[in-house]
Design a protein around this ligand. Sequence first.
Ligand SMILES: [Zn+2]
Length: 255
Amino acid sequence: MRLVDVHIHLDFPEYKKDIDNLIKVQEENNVKAIIANGVNSKSNREVLKLQEKFKVVKPALGLYPTDVHNMSFEEIDEEIDFIRKAKPIALGEVGLDNKYLDEGKTAIQKKKQLYAFEKFISLSEKTKLPLIIHSRKAELEIHDLLESSKLKNPVLHCFMGKKKLMQKLSDKGYNFSILPIINKSQQLQEIVNYTNLRQLLTETDGPYMSPVQGKVSEPRYVEFAIKKIAELKKITVEEASNIVFMNYQSTFKNQ
Ligand SMILES: [Zn+2]
């Protein structure tokens, strides 16, 4: 079995204490690749340090939609320039979030989010690096922006939008990364049922979204998602893990 976690926040404090042991345990449990996603300037630099230290860790660099609220347009430009030069394997975490906008600042915050996301879309078009996209209460906007782009390989992470929209995105051939909490999520099960196996990836979004109560999520928990994908697609767990791993290899060509 070959497991891959395409979206985790490995630089977050929850993982700081015992990172060496954490990585060792993942490797002992068939995890072959962990894509650590940066969310702001500091986080992007920590992600780069983690990939220097651990071979299994691959860097995705980005700006989380609400993290751009406190940045100037110039600072956003500078960070995207840094990301371009750092040559990550993906651009993430990027996207739009309409849930966490501050009252009275909604217009400027939305403007900054859109400014950054559109820049990431054009960087992805230029470099072919896939986007790992956060879309909270902004699924329609994301759909429209992707539709007018030339992108073929974006990854929709933790997608919780309406069924019709999911189907449209799926029909476009975009990738969806599936969380270990799929057993409790009707929406994630619908994505798997509807979407071609070739478009499915696995993620944890750790430290969040743990499938194990009371425990911080870990990359090896993607096995829960693999098992459910195997069940829904009526294939073996081994086959599901191989296909998802091949999807990882063909989506993230820079590894
Ligand atoms: Zn995330």
